[in-house]
Design a protein around this ligand. Structure first.
Ligand SMILES: Nc1nc2c(c(=O)[nH]1)N[C@H]1C(S)=C(S)[C@@H](COP(=O)(O)OP(=O)(O)OC[C@H]3O[C@@H](n4cnc5c(=O)[nH]c(N)nc54)[C@H](O)[C@@H]3O)O[C@H]1N2
Ligand SMILES: Nc1nc2c(c(=O)[nH]1)N[C@H]1C(S)=C(S)[C@@H](COP(=O)(O)OP(=O)(O)OC[C@H]3O[C@@H](n4cnc5c(=O)[nH]c(N)nc54)[C@H](O)[C@@H]3O)O[C@H]1N2
Ligand SMILES: [Mo]
Length: 768
């Protein structure tokens, strides 16, 4: 018997054709106006040699017991054990570490984009499990927006994601906007993914509507394809990492031509005078004029003068992508984006202003945060947390001091790392350094479904059911389509869900009933749906009862109403009556708070700070290409890299790297050839794709190729598959945010002359 059932992922909702209880085909839902192919192959990978079906323990850990691994973690074979043994080992080790070293010795930051389901969301599960078990060292902030999350509350107030609500929205631009200047572009492929799911990809449709309404677009990016062709955007391609200088040049030009909005700057902001003295050069003798900016950015001064004029005379949105703050001094560019917008005359007026990441996910479509139920976590008895991207620092230097947002902190001594629903060997920078740091703890436990790099670098792998093998429901962050996630496949025999695995461990550790509250997974799903229904009812949004929702597969919610309180508009109208949550109640062009921290890498107002690695610096003499490692077009991060769609994009089995024909010629590289990309941190292979869509001097190698070192466990080993994070630096954006900085990275490349080493990451490790 055949039936059609729904499911949802972070990249779209699907209709699944199920025959005799088994999924046989998966297609994007018909009502999605802009589906993608990122789900292609999702069914194929559910079975096959890379699927882990039994608990696995690293041989050395099983034989010698827990302890620092000295290079054997990631390099040794595994031993399959039965479930009782695996649970006893993990529960016993958790108990040992907690009693011998204290609860802070357990690291459960477990960052990552695990499944979209509200209940089975692995981060929610692991945090609840570790909290109820006594607490753990957690992480704060994200790899996505690590620097802006920390700086923007100082500048525009609110919490770390207030920028998403306060920024300009697409409907606003379509109605009243004239110009969108987008730093980091508006890559349509970045709209594929939306945390928590996306029932209908409508954000690219808004881009089209704005274009039809006559809005002009400028794509400031090293990559032409960061703006869809239909936008007919003007392409300005600065050296990567120099956008602050470019914006300062525009700002200087606005002042020089008397076009800055002095009324708004003095009434609704603080610190304009101070910043103006920096801009003019009164402070340091360097006027930040268009000529100065042109020399840094390699964009002609005339181009900047014309752009400044358009910004001043059109209702303009200054959009700054998140990629620009995933860099050294990443705080500066969003701070400067707000200031440039404040100067432009458009901030707080209809159709213009600042936006922090339009083009990403469903940003600018539905700004409101809704009351969607999550699995309750309870308090964390351990007060400890680290900025998420500082994990290698923590593992390498327990007890070392570090700065974070005005606080001096100390890294805890972690002995046990527990991961569920993320892949640090995808998301972290300088993976060779991570490989070294990863040997330090006594034990690494993970829940994974596939032999991906995280599983290979763990001591105990508990294989878990995939989202297709369990029941749940999804609600997207800026989407609000509520989608049923039906069980369309049986898990391999004996393989539990994350929930069942944590419940079994909690039972052994004596808090089983507290963890489950006596509910089955099905009961939890119904409970969380009911709580979501109640929450949305409080906002005037009606959802059907569960049974009706479950059989129809989807609950649609009304199109969002325009945001009634546009807070920049209220600030402009009357800053006294509608203050921001900053110390001054206004936009802080100069932040006395940030200045008081005394950080040389994040001073009190937006400043051009030369990064260690950029094309204009000394380091570029040795490694003359700037590496952009952007989000992949063919995957969600590292997910489904082993599936058909991602594999099809490879060149000789390697991740494609885009480079300009001039750079290729200078290095003797032909299109379709395998190259070795390298710097002092590491080297990887990639497949050259020549294109004039990329600025000369820049190469683009997207993230997500499964980490494939030739000699696992040895840091300087050649990476064979094209994972850019063996090249990127593991430096905090600054002492303020400690955000990740993969964007500040120089490399060199050369043709690969030797025989091509085989790819190892798609063959399971040796199992005893
Ligand atoms: N160089 C460079 N590095 C980057 C970036 C960049 O731009 N450049 N971007 C950064 C950003 S913005 C991000 S958000 C991160 C993303 O980094 P991650 O979110 O860590 O990457 P994913 O590949 O999505 O990892 C999710 C993992 O969860 C697993 N998983 C999925 N569902 C489940 C489940 O139900 N249960 C369990 N137990 N596991 C599950 C998947 O198999 C996969 O291994 O990468 C960061 N790293
Ligand atoms: N298909 C797909 N979509 C995704 C994801 C995915 O994995 N796959 N991941 C999602 C996640 S977790 C996140 S956080 C968002 C991230 O969204 P973003 O951070 O916006 O995404 P990126 O692709 O890293 O960067 C966008 C573009 O910025 C440009 N850029 C890089 N450096 C510079 C620079 O110095 N100056 C300028 N002006 N431009 C620069 C690059 O050309 C790049 O293509 O995307 C989401 N969307
Ligand atoms: Mo992200």
């Amino acid at each position: 018997m055949a039936e059609r059932l729904r499911t949802a992922t972070h990249v779209g909702s699907y209709e699944v054709r199920v025959e005799d209880g088994r999924a046989v085909a998966l297609t994007p839902v018909a009502e999605d106006p802009w589906p993608n192919r990122l789900g292609d192959g999702l069914l194929d990978v559910q079975r096959g040699p890379l699927r882990i079906t039994r608990p696995m323990v690293r041989a050395g850990w099983l034989e010698r017991g827990p302890g620092p691994a000295h290079g054997s973690r990631g390099a040794e074979p595994f031993v399959a054990v039965d479930w009782e043994t695996a649970y006893d080992l993990v529960a016993g080790e958790l108990a040992r570490v907690r009693s011998e070293h204290g609860d802070a010795a357990v690291y459960g930051g477990s960052y990552g984009w695990g499944s979209a389901g509200r209940f089975h969301h692995p981060q929610s599960q692991i945090h609840r499990f570790l909290r109820l078990g006594g607490g753990y060292t957690d992480s704060v902030n994200s790899y996505s927006a690590g620097a802006m999350e920390v700086i923007l509350p100082h500048v525009i107030g609110g919490d770390s994601w207030a920028f998403a609500e306060r920024g300009v929205q697409w409907p606003d631009i379509a109605r009243d906007g004239e110009l969108v200047v987008s730093f980091g572009g508006l890559a349509p492929k970045n709209a594929y993914a939306n945390a928590g799911g996306v029932g209908r990809h409508v954000q690219p449709e808004w881009q089209r509507r704005c274009k039809q309404a006559g809005v002009a677009f400028v794509n400031v990016s090293p990559l032409r394809t960061d703006a869809a062709d239909l936008l007919e955007a003007e392409w300005i391609a600065p050296r990567p990492g120099t956008d602050v200088a470019l914006m300062l040049g525009l700002a200087h030009e606005l002042v020089r031509t008397g076009r800055h909005d002095l009324d708004f700057l003095t009434r609704c902001c603080v610190g304009w005078d101070r910043f103006a003295r920096y801009l003019s050069g009164d402070v340091d003798g360097v006027a930040k004029d268009v000529r100065w900016a042109a020399a840094i950015c390699e964009v002609a001064a005339g181009v900047l003068m014309r752009l400044a004029e358009r910004i001043a005379t059109r209702r303009t949105t200054i959009n700054v992508s998140w990629s620009l703050q995933r860099m050294r001094h990443g705080e500066q560019v969003h701070w400067m984006g707000v200031v440039l917008s404040a100067m432009s005359g458009s901030l707080g007026r209809p159709g213009g202003g600042y936006a922090g990441g339009l083009g990403i996910s469903q940003m600018g479509v539905r700004p409101r945060r809704h009351r969607i139920a999550a699995l309750p976590q309870g308090p964390n008895a351990v007060g400890e947390s680290i900025p998420v991207a500082r994990i290698a620092d923590m593992l390498l230097a327990p007890g070392a001091p570090y700065e974070y947002d005005g606080e001096r902190r100390t890294y805890p001594h972690v002995r046990l790392v527990y991961w569920a629903g993320g892949n640090p060997f995808h998301h972290h920078q300088d993976l060779n350094r991570l490989v070294e740091a990863w040997q330090r703890p006594d034990t690494v436990v993970c829940h994974e479904s596939w032999w991906n790099p995280l599983a290979r670098f763990s001591d105990v792998v508990l294989p878990v059911a995939t989202p297709l093998e369990r029941e749940d429901f999804a609600v997207g962050m800026m989407d609000l389509t509520v989608t049923a996630m039906h069980r369309v496949l049986e898990p391999p025999p004996g393989v539990p869900t994350d929930y069942e695995a944590f419940a079994a461990l909690a039972r052994r550790l004596g808090f089983g009933p507290a963890f489950t509250e006596g509910r089955t997974a099905a009961a939890w799903v119904r409970e969380l749906y009911a709580r979501t229904r109640d929450g949305l009812a409080g906002e005037g949004i009606g959802l059907p009862y569960f049974e009706e929702f479950w059989s129809s597969g989807v609950a649609r919610t009304p199109e969002p109403a325009p945001v009634p309180e546009r807070s920049f508009a209220l600030l402009r109208a009357d800053p006294g009556a509608h203050p921001f949550e900053t110390p001054s109640g206004r936009i802080e062009i100069y932040s006395a708070t940030v200045a008081s921290f005394g950080y040389d890498d994040c001073p009190g107002h937006p400043t051009w700070l030369e990064p260690e690695e950029w094309l204009g610096g000394r380091a570029a003499r040795r490694h003359g290409l700037h590496l952009v490692s952007n989000q992949p077009r063919t995957r969600l991060h590292s997910q489904l890299d082993h599936a058909a769609h991602s594999r099809k994009s490879e060149v000789h089995g390697r991740e494609p790297i885009l480079l300009h024909p001039d750079d290729a010629r200078a290095r003797g590289v032909a299109d379709g050839q395998v190259v070795r990309v390298f710097n002092d941190r590491g080297a990887c292979l990639a497949g050259a794709r020549l294109t004039t869509d990329v600025r000369p001097g820049v190469v683009v190698l997207s993230t997500g190729a499964w980490f494939d070192p030739e000699e696992p466990g040895r840091p300087a080993s050649l990476e064979r598959h094209g994972n850019p994070n063996v090249l990127t630096p593991d430096r905090g954006a600054s002492q303020l945010s400690q955000g990740p900085s993969p964007g500040s990275c120089l490399v060199e490349l050369e043709p690969w002359a030797g025989p091509l080493p085989p790819i190892g990451c798609f063959t399971p490790p040796e199992i005893r």
